[in-house]
Design a protein around this ligand. Structure first.
Ligand code: BEZ
Length: 240
């Protein structure tokens, strides 16, 4: 792996919002992947897609060896590769970009370095990058206070749907991430993300329809103090 930053430049790997919202001042954007991690919506967001009072949910990367020790409802889903986009930051712009990222990503994320593999369908991918590229990546480690650990997928989707913060609705982050991933390559879908997005869309449809007839009847029963009974006689008995 070539030495990082020999010329004072650096490469940054984005696996979340950086995929569709690039840093300022990059001169190359390369789709590709890293290995040895699992992407999960397990990081609380108090500063972008939620607030300190009602944190939203954003993605972080979990070291694969650690993830294998956890109980995860999505355990059959992760592929070996975490797809995203790498950005080359030219040397003169490094201080400005680092300052921008430190502010943008500060809520619990730490800096790590990892080898990045450009997608094979990139023009001149192996010619211009014969070796993996050492990339800086922001990771919300399990030790950070915003790290939540395994989440029930349906509860997570419902939580994302109701959350919002200074950067906008949490569901927009999820949908943008799903689309940005699908745009990277033919094999870059992340099923944890697409499954959550699909659950969220279904919830949106059912919420826009309002409660079903049986839900309304159930609610009426609760409010009137009546209980479901098995026969007309029993019902009359109860209503008396
Ligand atoms: C990312 O897109 O890679 C990212 C964004 C925010 C925090 C950490 C990572």
């Amino acid at each position: 792996m070539p030495d990082f930053g020999d010329n004072g430049d650096f490469w940054l790997f984005g696996y979340g919002s950086l995929i569709w919202k690039p840093p300022p001042h990059y001169d190359q954007r390369v789709p590709g992947y890293i290995e040895g991690y699992v992407r999960r919506f397990w990081q609380a967001s108090e500063d972008h897609r939620g607030t300190p009072e009602a944190p939203g949910r954003v993605v972080t990367l979990i070291d694969r060896a650690h993830w294998e020790t956890l109980v995860d409802h999505h355990d059959s889903l992760p592929t070996e590769k975490v797809w995203g986009a790498a950005y080359h930051i030219p040397a003169p712009k490094v201080p400005e970009v680092r300052a921008y990222l430190d502010i943008r990503e500060i809520n619990g994320y730490s800096i790590q370095y990892t080898p990045f593999h450009p997608a094979s369908n990139q023009p001149n991918a192996t010619k211009s990058h014969p070796e993996p590229i050492k990339c800086l990546v922001y990771i919300g480690l399990p030790s950070n206070p915003q790290f939540l650990g395994p989440q029930d997928p349906q509860e997570l989707a419902a939580h994302i749907l109701k959350s919002r913060g200074p950067s906008g609705e949490n569901k927009e982050y999820l949908y943008m991430l799903e689309t940005a991933l699908l745009d990277l390559s033919a094999e870059s879908e992340d099923r944890h993300i697409s499954d959550l997005a699909s659950r969220c869309r279904k919830l949106e449809v059912s919420e826009s329809k309002g409660p079903s007839r049986s839900e309304v009847l159930g609610q009426l029963e609760v409010e009137s103090g009546l209980h479901k009974v098995g026969s007309t006689e029993e019902q009359e008995e109860v209503e008396k």
